[in-house]
Design a protein around this ligand. Structure first.
Ligand SMILES: [Zn+2]
Ligand SMILES: [Zn+2]
Length: 262
């Protein structure tokens, strides 16, 4: 089993050392992890989201020697907008990443993490705007492997019934999911949504639609920013995915996908 969304202290919003991540991964019976530190070009807040690839790579190689049963993949989570996505192409190609998550963290200059994002918007308007930003971000953009946490904004909605249900946003979700399937890309199943929304991001209704559309490439990730959440709920989520009809999760090495039986 994998956890393909983990932040280390190379992310500006995490203080977690790689060693602790790997120890917890072994404790959780994982066979592989991807450390996916942040790069967010033009992130509009104080935190500077970028990291030293070469320093991290050297540290990962050193730590790997202590964990022969755990494959430690060199990942990155790029925070894209329609305006910045092309700026990532050179960065991605300049470094030997195993795995790239493309996520939307900012739209209209605001990260939905901050309450101001929801001011003056209904839930439907906020969610539509978020999904539209994913759709715009992915259009004419190929330099990624999976779309990160579809539904990220729903974690922060200041009200009840936070989940994004497929039927309420079918057209825009179909646009996102069909493009992913047609272009050989995947989506991640992010377990960090469970605590706040009651389901993964994306939730079951969207995952079922992805399956219907022929989607087979998917990764499981905790989005841990500290070791205690590494591997969180990935085994249970894998069982749910099997019940939905998925047969595989996807492992990446130097950006090449391999399907692994669930
Ligand atoms: Zn993210
Ligand atoms: Zn993340």
């Amino acid at each position: 089993m994998q956890d393909y969304h983990i932040h280390s202290d190379y992310s500006t919003d995490s203080e977690q050392k790689l060693l602790g991540i790997c120890e917890k991964a072994v404790e959780q019976n994982l066979s592989e992890i991807a450390v996916t530190d942040h790069i967010d070009i033009d992130y509009p807040y104080d935190l500077h989201f970028a990291f030293d690839f070469d320093a991290r790579s050297a540290e990962m190689d050193a730590v790997q020697k202590n964990f022969p049963s755990l494959a430690i993949k060199k990942g990155v989570e790029i925070g894209i907008t329609a305006e910045t996505k092309k700026d990532y192409v050179n960065i991605i190609n300049a470094h030997p990443f195993d795995f790239v998550i493309a996520s939307v963290h900012v739209l209209d200059g605001i990260d939905p993490y901050y309450p101001e994002f929801f001011v003056g918007k209904t839930k439907e308007q906020a969610y539509t705007a978020y999904l539209q930003a994913i759709d715009d971000g992915m259009r004419d953009f190929d330099d990624y492997d999976v779309i990160g946490h579809i539904g990220y904004a729903s974690r922060f909605y200041p009200g009840e019934n936070r989940q994004i249900h497929y039927a309420d946003y079918a057209d825009i979700l179909d646009s996102i999911l069909k493009r992913a399937v047609q272009s050989g890309k995947g989506i991640e199943v992010n377990t960090k949504g469970i605590e706040t929304t009651g389901d993964t991001l994306p939730n079951e209704s969207i995952l079922k639609r992805y399956r219907e559309l022929g989607g087979e490439i998917l990764t499981l990730g905790s989005d841990a920013h500290s070791a205690d959440r590494v591997g969180d709920a990935v085994w249970e989520t894998a069982e749910k995915l099997k019940e939905m009809g998925f047969r595989y999760y996807t492992s990446f090495t130097r950006r090449k996908a391999t399907q692994v039986k669930l």
